[in-house]
Design a protein around this ligand. Sequence first.
Ligand code: GLU
Length: 315
Amino acid sequence: MADRPMVRGRFAPSPSGRMHLGNVWSCLLAWLSARSAGGGMVLRLEDLDPDRCKMEYCDQVMRDLEWLGLDWDGQPMYQSRRTEAYAEAFRSLERQGLVYPCYCTRAERLAVSAPHRSDGGTVYDGRCRRLSPGEREALARTRRPAWRVQVPEKTITFRDLLQGEYKEELHRDCGDFILRRSDGVYAYQLAVVVDDGAMGVTQVVRGSDLLDSTPRQLWLQEVLGLPHPAYGHVPLLLAPDGRRLAKRDRDLELGQLRETYTAPELVGRLAFAAGLLPEYAPVTPRELLPLFNWDRVPRGDMVCFLPADGNGPEI
Ligand code: GLU
């Protein structure tokens, strides 16, 4: 009998603050999906942005995952230490003639972009791709460019583990996107693809706010010669007023929740919301392994009424 390829999932938190309940929800489902298939789980700290990420948050994320009962294999990867790997991928795209400097300021970029992406993002019209060498030279004297990758006129389709078929026309729905910022920091889209490849990730489970990044990532994998993982985009937890939970708003952050709830109490509430328990009961992630089933997990975003102080209604 042929060996079935082993599942390898990943946690990829951004250590820009304490995790909120939505981050915990994504981590729990990613862990359950990989571990219930007997698979591996790796941890990558996405501390790419030196302005927003701190080492103390990296340590805190790991302590919080341990507290929750979510484990990983081997040493964590830190994106802040991976610059050379991103530079190599960047050079490979350059050699393929796909990279160009973009001199647009933020205001210019917004003026020439169509507001068409579902996430409220914009589609860049590619104007810096059409600059003449003389124009490029003149602009290079005035500012440092960001670097974009030129996307083809191509439709990317994939089947999400939870959301079903998803499709994007790269050229129309996404446009040429940034690989490297003008301050030299490599962009999330490039880093995530390089690292998922390097870590041998075969299954990506994350929040549905990243669903529309996936076609870009699938295409980058193709041009960089990397394998495609499977993707599962889990519903977002929303604050009672309908907003997405956000670290900057300190919504339901784990620091506060840990003062009120035990880990099995929190995991039990999330497991009930995920359709894995018929009614709320405290439970550990390990006890949920035999119950995990993608068919039970709801697809639509969920308003979360879990109060940080333990008073009032719950999820
Ligand atoms: N670091 C991202 C976050 O915390 C997740 C990126 C990913 O899963 O691809 O939102």
